[in-house]
Design a binder for this molecule. Structure first.
Ligand code: ZN
Length: 132
């Protein structure tokens, strides 16, 4: 809940006009945030989801993939991601799988940087609240 700085809760989310107040946060928080911002700016194409390499059986009777031990077909490369809560999978060539893999790695790095940036701002936000 609100900590009592406002007597009237209008339910309106604040923001936007805050730039008029000037930059807030300690130089240390600003410096750390800025480092992450630079890392973010140098981030190349990024993608969500994951690339998997799979070996699979086929439906053909007597195929080697159904032998003992089974010798499966593949490798096949797939990119899987979530779209509106639904898992989508497409097949990729080995070359495209390599590119997607690199972009997915960039995406994870980007998420990690964004989380770290948020952590810095959290610290700054807490500090701001504690100031008299
Ligand atoms: Zn087979």
């Amino acid at each position: 809940m609100d900590e009592g700085t406002n007597s009237i809760n209008t339910g309106r989310v604040m923001g936007g006009a805050l730039t008029q107040l000037g930059p807030k946060g300690s130089p240390e928080h600003r410096r750390r945030f800025e480092n992450y911002r630079r890392a973010l700016a140098s981030t190349d194409f990024f993608l969500r989801g994951s690339v998997v390499k799979r070996y699979m059986p086929c439906g053909r009777a007597g195929c080697r993939c159904q032998g003992s031990p089974p010798r499966l077909h593949g490798p096949y490369y797939q990119w899987t991601w979530k779209e509106r809560g639904k898992t989508v999978t497409v097949r990729l060539t080995p070359e495209v799988a390599r590119v997607y893999g690199a972009w997915i790695k960039n995406g994870r790095r980007l998420d990690q940087i964004a989380r770290k940036m948020e952590a810095v701002v959290r610290e700054a936000a807490e500090e701001l609240r504690r100031q008299p």
